[in-house]
Design a protein around this ligand. Structure first.
Ligand code: HEM
Ligand SMILES: *[C@@H]1O[C@H](CO)[C@@H](O)[C@H](O)[C@H]1NC(C)=O
Ligand SMILES: *[C@@H]1O[C@H](CO)[C@@H](O)[C@H](O)[C@H]1NC(C)=O
Ligand SMILES: *[C@@H]1O[C@H](CO)[C@@H](O)[C@H](O)[C@H]1NC(C)=O
Length: 330
């Protein structure tokens, strides 16, 4: 027997205990690239800023990519992998197909980062850095991004198809977040990312005419806003037509998302439910963010750190991809 002696049992216990803590606690650090790629954040930020100058929406798209990465197999860059013989790309999942964007900008960032510091910075960390730069360049808060994630070698199409849906009930949204260690404050704060960017008619058009199959619009939708949306998304029209998630300030990261919810102008069902579900624990959080942008910004930053801590690969797990779209050697 290999583990028969008391000494071996103690050693085994210590090994299992340390594996347990490594597996359950994020091991990320703000200084992870301090000696290997100290200017990585400014490289990322410069490229995001260049992209923003020709496409105001890109900062929203890049912020969303980090969310879609972290919610599927943890923050491991899985969302960036293309189809291959061994990978069923998450890009083909319903929430991403013709919707997730910014992959070309991530490629440009990766190229610039590889030129400065070859083989060192993961694609998963690039997504986290690009999200922070994007929020800040959109007018939102800045925070210290924790780093040291490594890239996964697998993708999960089924996981991506199970991302929070705009038609999920509030209790389903709460469950999908709490399963990943995120609470109501995280749910409400992170949903505030819908203060910028666009959504296709197909993600909310059921609210406009035939909500829950009952032949009438979602009763929680402001009637003036409803009329505007019916113009933009006529029945039988093009489901890919884009609409501003925050009509009051479409490209600015501010607290208007929450004041919109208070006037029943949330675009997605999943947005409006946070405020309109009677008795829900999320209502008072919406009100508190609507009344203080400072409170929202602080909560958003800390919830982004919480989301960025979802099951990272660290140490010698995973790899540093040389091309964000491919597993190394494939
Ligand atoms: C709470 C659950 C969530 C649901 C159900 C949801 C759903 C959606 C949907 C349906 C769209 C429109 C996509 C399109 O039409 O192409 C969208 C866009 C967006 N989402 Fe979410 N989302 C959620 C949470 C989040 C979180 C946590 C973030 C980031 C922290 C985020 C950031 C964004 C951004 C920035 C956009 C605009 C993207 C663009 O214009 O390219 N969302 N979301
Ligand atoms: C993705 O969208 C394209 C264009 O609308 C469509 O042809 C394709 O079938 C979709 N893919 C999946 C997997 O749904
Ligand atoms: C970042 O630092 C590396 C050396 O560490 C240098 O080669 C590169 O030019 C710097 N890039 C920027 C954008 O400052
Ligand atoms: C509907 O939206 C308008 C702004 O377009 C606002 O003045 C009004 O109070 C809203 N109505 C409700 C019931 O929230």
């Amino acid at each position: 027997m290999v583990y028969s002696s008391p000494f071996h049992l103690v050693a085994l216990t210590l090994t299992l205990t340390s594996l347990f803590f490594q597996g359950s606690r994020a091991q990320l650090s703000s200084t992870f690239y301090g000696s290997t790629c100290s200017n990585v954040s400014s490289i990322v930020r410069n490229i995001v800023q260049q992209a923003q100058s020709s496409d105001a929406r890109i900062v929203a798209s890049l912020t969303r990519l980090h969310f879609h990465d972290c919610f599927v197999n943890g923050c491991d860059g899985s969302v960036l992998l293309d189809d291959s013989s061994s990978i069923q790309s998450e890009k083909n999942a319903v929430p991403n197909n013709n919707s997730a964007r910014g992959f070309d900008v991530i490629d440009n960032i990766k190229t610039a980062v590889e030129n400065a510091c070859p083989g060192v910075v993961s694609c998963a960390d690039i997504l986290a850095l690009a999200a922070e730069a994007s929020v800040n360049l959109g007018g939102g808060p800045s925070w210290t991004v924790l780093l040291g994630r490594r890239d996964g070698t697998t993708a999960s199409l089924s996981g991506a198809n199970n991302l929070p849906s705009p038609r999920d009930s509030l209790s389903n949204l709460q469950k999908k977040f709490s399963d990943l260690g995120l609470d109501d404050t995280d749910l409400v704060a992170l949903s505030g990312a819908h203060t910028f960017g666009r959504a296709k008619c197909s993600f909310f058009s059921d609210r406009l005419n035939n909500f829950n199959g009952n032949g009438s619009p979602d009763p929680s939708l402001n009637s003036t806003y409803l009329a505007t949306l019916q113009q933009s998304c006529p029945q039988g029209g093009n489901g890919d037509t884009l609409n501003n998630l925050d009509p009051s300030s479409p490209d600015t990261f501010d607290k208007n998302y929450y004041t919109n919810l208070q006037s029943n102008q949330g675009l997605l069902q999943s947005d409006q439910e946070l405020f309109s579900t009677s008795g829900a624990s999320t209502v008072s959080i919406v009100n508190s963010f609507a009344s203080s942008q400072t409170t929202f910004f602080q909560s958003f930053a800390s919830s982004m750190i919480n989301m960025g801590n979802i099951s990272p690969l660290t140490g010698t797990s995973g790899e540093i991809r040389s091309n964000c779209r491919k597993v190394n050697g494939s």
